[in-house]
Design a protein around this ligand. Sequence first.
Ligand SMILES: *Cc1c(COP(=O)(O)O)cnc(C)c1O
Length: 362
Amino acid sequence: MERVYNFSAGPANLPLEVIEKAQNELSDFNDSGMSVMELSHRSKIYEDIHNETKEKLLKLMSLGDDYELLFLQGGAYTQFVTIPMNYLDDKSSAAYINTGSWTAKAIEEAKFFGNVEVIASSEKDHFTYIPEIPEINKDYKYLYICTNNTIYGTRYAKDKLPNSPVPLLADMSSNILSENYDMTKFDLIFAGAQKNLGISGVTIVAIKKDFLTKSAENLPTMFDYKIHAEKNSLYNTPPTFAIYITGLMAKWLINQGGVEEIEKMNIEKAGKLYDFIDNSKIFKNNIKKEDRSLMNVIFFTGSKDLDAAFLKGAEKEGLFNLKGHRSVGGMRASIYNAMPMDGVESLIDYMKKFEMENKQEA
Ligand SMILES: *Cc1c(COP(=O)(O)O)cnc(C)c1O
């Protein structure tokens, strides 16, 4: 079987180079006579992978040594809990901006620990845009956003990031290192690796050291950011293989020219697809133009039967996992950093063909 174009929202496609590199050194990593999967996390050879991955990620984010980078487990979901556990209590409040499912879940989790105020939301319009951000009260412990909504296909463009008088926190699971955000605006960001940074099993957390010192005392060990930072994310066994793959992805990204270059490619890839959709007679996208995601492009025909026929035909063309999230329906093409332009062009070619064949029914 040839490799297909995989438009899955996550776990998502990896560059073939990264997979082949891992394959080549799978049974014998760096003349150790062992695979990475078998290396002790206390060995020098593993610690080099760990520390180099950390350095590369910080460099890619243009963050200096005033930030700490952690490799944690439990997925992005666990950060919905760890954040309020570390920074919120029943006497304090945090502000959240609701842009759909992922922030809604984070809001529900935060309510276990303190007061949550949803200061802006696009819920009444089915999350089709990023809401305007009102003036932010300085008493909040932090302001929380999700920079890219994977399900609704919206994202904060660079110039829309809030200027927050309180620490700004973000879930970047589905667009980390995809465009050149000023990362120093954030006191804490996190991302599950399986969308834009590698494979499932590791969650990257970058946290400003200043903000780290303000976290709560006496927390259960595995939820205590300070302990993970002190122990260099080696308090217990880290997800070594997932971290190794993240390291290969970071190297790949640096070879592409870093975030600045990948941003140009992402704008071009998403631009081509949105242009086609906007000029199409049967496909539509209802997201406000300036808020459209560069990573998750949603589209629909308006007819369940046509959507189903489209998805069925796509697989015959080697285009997989284009079904929209169950809460939105229609189609979704996830085109993360690793999706080549060829994949996007193949999708557009198929959409053109499908449109020609189905014009009358739309
Ligand atoms: C996928 C996703 C999550 C959940 O990640 P897990 O690693 O499965 O916990 C959270 N936030 C966003 C924006 C996502 O896209």
